[in-house]
Ligand binder design. Structure first.
Ligand SMILES: Nc1nc2c(c(=O)[nH]1)N[C@H]1C(S)=C(S)[C@@H](COP(=O)(O)O)O[C@H]1N2
Ligand SMILES: [Mo]
Length: 301
């Protein structure tokens, strides 16, 4: 019951709200570039893991349903209706059904989890999420014997999502985890950032966060969760199987065919910040390596 993961990043690492508000004001001012450079540079010199600002987290996004440029989701995602919201939970569960967002979060303790977030494109952030362990939800609906994977699906609403009118991906966006990955205490369903309701561009009202995997596994605005005995369809994996594996664990030793994964650019690091080394399993090796014992991580990338 009290199986709780303690993050290696604590709230002491988070810029207090007053401070990050100041920082936003500083950065929008005349010395914006210089200020960003000095702050980011200082933090990095100390090896500190300073969470990214609200501004950075909510304006530099990947959410292709709202466009493929980093600034598109912040501009376009306001059209997404996030209330009411329902999630279908089906497949190999004792209590399948259509659950409202309120039913899903009822009784969950919303925790703060400050996680590194590493996109497969080799940029990264540190994000203070609010959410609950996916395992808690799965335990409530009752996972049946024989279930081996969890499949997830994002909403598909052409009226509200300009990006899905183009065949950029095989909509709806879908992802999947092995059951033991889904049940891992690091895996959360996020409903907030910095204690605020999660913005639409970050996957409102509820999205997955799997911090040891490349960002595309952390599927947004979930409307369906299915327990299954077969490896689920995963959008990026299906699109380019030689470039995006089903597992997609962050791994500095396995390069993307078109770029190195050994280093990453921390968003907000500033003009003079050097790239930083990418950590095995994004820094969560001690917690998750056992899940992959005996697996060839280059073959099952
Ligand atoms: N439905 C959906 N989920 C998605 C994506 C997307 O395009 N659509 N992009 C993924 C990618 S590539 C990344 S890096 C993260 C970005 O999350 P953020 O914008 O909150 O930082 O969301 C992931 N989840
Ligand atoms: Mo990504």
């Amino acid at each position: 019951m009290a199986r709780r993961y303690t993050s290696d990043l604590t709230w002491d690492d988070v810029t207090p709200k007053a401070l990050y508000m100041n920082r936003r004001q500083i950065m929008s001012g005349a010395g914006a570039m210089l200020g960003a450079g000095l702050i980011g540079g200082a933090a990095q010199a100390q090896g500190a893991l300073e969470p990214n600002s609200w501004e950075e987290i909510t304006t530099y996004n990947n959410y292709y349903e709202f466009g493929t440029r980093k600034e598109d989701p912040a501009r376009n995602a306001h059209t997404l209706t996030t209330s009411p919201w329902e999630i279908v939970i089906d497949g190999m569960v004792d209590n399948p059904g259509t659950y409202s967002f309120e039913e899903i979060v009822a009784g969950q303790t919303i925790e703060e989890r400050i996680y590194r977030f590493r996109c497969v494109e080799a940029w990264s952030m540190v994000i203070p999420w609010n959410g609950f362990e996916l395992a808690d939800l799965l335990e409530r609906v009752g996972v049946q014997d024989g279930a081996r994977y969890v499949a997830f699906e994002t909403a598909l609403r052409p009226d509200e999502m300009p990006g899905v009118r183009l065949p950029v991906l095989d909509w709806p966006y879908r992802e999947g985890l092995r059951l033991d990955e889904a049940m891992h205490p690091l895996t959360i369903m996020a409903t907030g950032i910095y204690g605020e309701t999660i913005p639409n561009q970050n996957g409102a009202p509820i999205r997955l966060v799997v911090p040891w995997k490349y960002g595309f596994k952390s599927i947004k605005s979930i409307v369906r969760i299915t327990l299954t005995d077969e490896q689920p369809h995963a959008t990026w994996n299906a699109t380019q199987p030689d470039e995006y594996g089903f597992y997609s664990n962050v791994n500095p030793n396995v390069n993307h065919p078109r770029w190195s994964q050994a280093t990453e650019r921390r968003i907000g690091g500033g003009l003079f910040a050097s790239r930083q080394d990418t950590l095995m399993f994004n820094g969560y090796e001690a917690e998750v390596a056992a899940l992959y014992e005996g697996m060839d991580l280059a073959e099952f990338f």
